[in-house]
Design a binder for this molecule. Structure first.
Ligand SMILES: CC(C)(COP(=O)(O)OP(=O)(O)OC[C@H]1O[C@@H](n2cnc3c(N)ncnc32)[C@H](O)[C@@H]1OP(=O)(O)O)[C@@H](O)C(=O)NCCC(=O)NCCS
Length: 198
């Protein structure tokens, strides 16, 4: 066991309801929400999915959080959101530790693919083995993921409804972005990691 593993533990939040207020404070330090909204988000944590995992230190201070939900229409797949490490404890390997802990947790439950959407933390996830993937839609607690083909079709349909008349000619030297670059255009990158079988 490494020093970092001895010093920090990853536990399901619902096993420690007394730490929910601290977890709210941590999340709100990055993404301010009302207490009601935060409690609704966190109180669904259960032994199966969705589950909120927290990283605590020896003094039981909440230093990190992430929530993992199942993706209903995609077998063996889950979605990680709201991964956060306390501002003062970043760049010390804790984010990677929590992410790995979450992956190990879901792997034990038969999950093979971990999806996420990020805006600005691409490098962190790339370093942790994630790759960009086709855009998918994930909303709310019951995240729904559309296959890339269905998504593309829906997007194209949406565009054709919005536009009237023939499309303008392409700009000189303009290269159509590849499908996976759409994430860059919308400032959100969709990523996936295929978990290796244990
Ligand atoms: C993203 C976050 C969880 C990373 O946690 P962390 O504890 O700082 O990450 P680690 O220390 O494990 O970093 C692992 C590697 O990623 C790199 N890294 C971490 N954050 C990075 C960033 N924002 N940009 C580029 N690289 C980053 C580190 O340099 C490190 O690389 P190294 O091992 O070669 O030094 C943390 O920055 C955070 O809470 N951010 C605010 C909330 C957020 O944006 N969450 C992501 C939602 S999608």
């Amino acid at each position: 066991m490494t020093a970092i593993e001895k010093e920090y533990r990853i536990i399901p939040l619902h096993k420690r309801p007394d730490l929910i207020p601290d977890c709210c404070t941590l999340l709100n330090s990055e993404w301010p929400r009302s207490e009601t909204a935060r409690l609704k988000f966190l109180n669904v944590s259960c032994d199966e999915f969705p589950i909120c995992l927290i990283l605590i230190n020896k003094e039981e201070r909440v230093l990190g959080h992430c929530k993992v939900s199942l993706i209903p229409r995609l077998r063996h797949s889950c979605f990680i959101q709201s991964l956060i490490i306390d501002y003062q404890r970043r760049s010390q390997g804790l984010g990677s530790r929590l992410l790995r802990g979450a992956e190990e947790h879901v792997a034990k439950k038969g999950i093979k693919n971990v999806y996420l959407i990020t805006k600005g933390q691409e490098l962190f996830y790339l370093k942790n083995g994630y790759k960009t993937c086709d855009p998918f839609k994930a909303s709310g607690i019951n995240d729904v993921v559309y296959s890339s083909a269905a998504f593309t079709k829906a997007k194209l349909k949406e565009k054709s409804i919005q536009s009237c008349g023939p499309p303008p000619p392409p700009m000189p030297n303009y290269q159509m972005p590849k499908f996976y670059d759409l994430g860059v255009l919308t400032q959100r990158t969709h990523m996936v990691k295929r978990l290796s079988s244990q």
